[in-house]
Write a protein that binds this ligand. Sequence first.
Ligand code: WTA
Length: 580
Amino acid sequence: MRSKGSKGRPEIERDNLLDYERVYSTFQWSRVEEEMGLTPDESWNIAVAAVDRHAAGQHGHKVALRFYDGRTEGKLTYLQLKLLTNRFANVLRSLGVRPLERVALFLPACPEFYVSFLGTVKGGAVAVPLSTSFMADALTELLRDSEAAVLVTTAALVDRVHREQLPDLRRVVIVGTGPAAGAAEPAPDPGDVAYDRAMAGAADTDAAARADRETPMLLLYTSGSTGKPKGVIHVHGGITHYYQTAGHVLDLRGQDTYWCTGEPTWVAGISYGIWAPLLRGVTSIVYCGDFSTDKWYEVLSKFRVNVWYTTPTALRRLMHSGPAKPAQGHSLKELRHILTVGEPLNPFVIRWSREAFGLQVHDTWWMTETGGIIIANFPCLPIKPGSMGRPVPGVHAAVIDEGGRELPPLEMGQLAIMAGWPAMMRGIWRDEEKHREYFRLPPWYLTGDLAYRDGDGYFWFQGRVDDVIKKDGKRIGPFEVENKLVEHPAVLEAGVIGKPDPLWGESIKAFVVLHPDHPWSAALEADLQSFIERRLGSHLVPREIEPCQALPRTRSGKLMRRVLKALELGLPGGDLTNQA
Ligand code: WTA
């Protein structure tokens, strides 16, 4: 069966999943291992499976990654990617990087990012991708926490790194020949390594390290509602999950051109921007320019994208700019499948997409911690607008009560996943207690999301258990913003919440208790905003800041953000019992 709205488009290969019920009831991950030729005693190195496997075969000269910044284009074939990632793995070896040491990547989505990411994993080290939206304080904190031995960055970005606070950082690899136009020449550090020179001097053979299912390959930071960002550990064993969901959910086929719009420092841009398409041997588009409606339609039409994985915020931004506008001389008729992740997909976006593209949007649900897609709308099943869909084959999802008992349909509770799927996180870096908390009600992994399941087995998202904010599909920890605000001399206390926003999902609002010597003014508000922007990054700046006399706290002093939110939104004040 095809999704409604895609009729009339040529069938190239048959759909990857035709009968959900049958496949779900008989599915076994071990069969995927067999299909991929993975045996227990053989290496599970995911970079080898994603790149080298295709480079050696008929796909050697096929384009793996096609880069476009809005003006210029570049590409890397599977064979080129194999040789370059070998070189990079050998560069790390020559720098003394040992297996499982962390290599941090603080780079835009350029070819060097992909080469160093894949080369790091191939060589047996652990990649730590860091978003370039982070400014000095946020960045330095993550580099320190990860104990990264090597950092790969550019001359324009390296100034944000407070090296004196990073005792574990041994070497910095600089990509590009010089600083960005107009930037001051950074003081050369004699220990720094020029990427191009190091790559030219490295061998392009014998680079792959042995790895098994449980060998870590990725340390990815994400925010919670309390404490600092947590480092989620993922392993090579996720390979079967990325591969299989790329078929069942993304419906990727051999000749497809695929575009995942998530940056490669977000889990979506890694699991489904790097691993899934490469494991399937398809061609991926990497658009590394800024968002603009015209550019996005240009990418879709010019590169004849077939499968497009994006976010509800991105679709809402396109929707607000009017009808779909393909690039001149092109059309969007190659587009076959659209999916989103990261936040609720509004039914009106699905309706708009039917008109704009003649296609429905397929919502998918998962988290940094789940590593891969857990719940999805499949091409072979009807979509119920507003629902996240049904569990992927091989995964059991449920709605549970506080004691871990499965609730019947239509009762709201916490969304929980039966532990043990291949891409499941294997730890929280340097915080085993936090890791255990997720699994405190065996056999479940607790998601922190509220949901209910309907009588047809579809899941409906109802919100978060905690105070995590979702803006532009990204997780924002209120604590991180509060913690920085109180470093400003005018602020005694701060409380941060997310407010519903029709475009961005949520916007950040801060309440502050001021020092008596600092009266409130518009200038102070602007100063606080720029304080956050300079130290943490523009994505963490509160759009609104409001002074208040005191913040609502429990008797034990815990900030009650829910009460702040209820007051802000004019909702009932929230249950203040049980808050000790
Ligand atoms: C939310 C993103 C509603 C959810 C890959 C989850 C969603 C958090 C959906 C994880 C969806 C993700 N509908 N909410 N389809 N998908 N979420 O770690 O609250 O950035 O717990 O991973 O995003 O966000 P993360």
